[in-house]
Design a binder for this molecule. Structure first.
Ligand code: ADP
Ligand code: MG
Length: 248
């Protein structure tokens, strides 16, 4: 336990909560699939950042979590990689059948951010697929301005990870084009911005479509009162992972 705290201190990682998983300072020790490791390496991503060191093990463990770290600190990978790893585990246990909804759902406050996040997920899924050694994972971008019919093929084959903006997602859930029945991982990126933009009710409405126990994650650069309140209402026994700037 003490050695874990040494790692956290070294990387300015503050944690709160019960039963916090150990931080893991190397991707190779995180059970990240090899093709994804190779892909990350090709992008210059060789060592996890502090939010990833504590956030990836926490998110992968299934616990609810609030991840706070400054802009540019690698939060995206801290929630997309666990979503992919959980989808792989699920696929190994219980292969997808046609038309099933996603395992992981990532909500972003803007189309641009959703697209970037989706591109990263897609690249990791493609790396897995091209390696030939892993089940195919499908991801879907669900934002306004995209023809819903174009998404039908992915939806019909069963999608593992959906990256969405709230408006289009609610539309698709309400129209029954997408279901959250098997979804177990819900992540809100830029939660502070989402709440500021008035998406709180939308997110609650999305949550109402979940059938089973879900894991909920909030990521943000700041933690104002309204995020704490939202977390209190929507998360269960969460772990807080808060990374400060060195010396700040
Ligand atoms: P945030 O969401 O915290 O603002 P991002 O997830 O957008 O940050 O990441 C910012 C940049 O850092 C991206 O270009 C991303 O590819 C890069 N990055 C992420 N993780 C690492 C890492 N472990 N090592 C090096 N670069 C990284
Ligand atoms: Mg971000």
């Amino acid at each position: 336990q003490e050695e874990h705290q040494v790692v956290r201190d070294k990387h300015h990682i503050l944690t709160e909560g019960e039963g916090i998983p150990p931080p893991i300072p190397h991707f190779a020790d995180m059970k990240v699939p090899k093709p994804i490791l190779e892909y990350l390496k090709s992008k210059g991503i060789k060592k996890p950042t502090p939010i990833q060191i504590q956030g990836i093990p926490t998110a992968f463990s299934g616990r609810d979590m609030i991840g706070i770290a400054f802009t540019g600190s690698g939060k995206t990978l801290a929630f997309t990689l666990p979503a992919i790893m959980q989808s792989l585990e699920m696929e190994a246990k219980l292969p997808f059948v046609r038309g099933e909804g996603p395992v992981g759902l990532i909500i972003c406050p803007s189309r641009e951010l959703a697209r970037q996040t989706y591109d990263g997920c897609l690249a990791m899924c493609t790396a897995l697929k091209e390696s030939g050694g892993y089940p195919e994972l499908r991801s879907l971008l669900c934002i306004g301005g995209i023809n819903m019919a174009d998404q039908a093929d992915v939806l019909n084959r069963g999608v593992h990870i959906v990256v969405a903006t709230p408006g289009r997602l609610i539309d698709m859930l309400d129209k029954g084009k997408l279901n959250a029945n098997n979804c177990k991982y819900l992540c809100m990126d830029e939660a502070d911005r989402m709440i500021d933009m008035g998406f709180e009710e939308d997110v609650r409405s999305i949550m109402s479509h979940f059938k089973y126990q879900r894991q909920t994650l909030l990521f943000s650069a700041t933690m104002p009162r309204k995020i704490q309140d939202f977390a209190q209402q929507s998360l269960i026994n969460p772990i807080l992972v808060n990374v400060g700037r060195a010396g700040a």
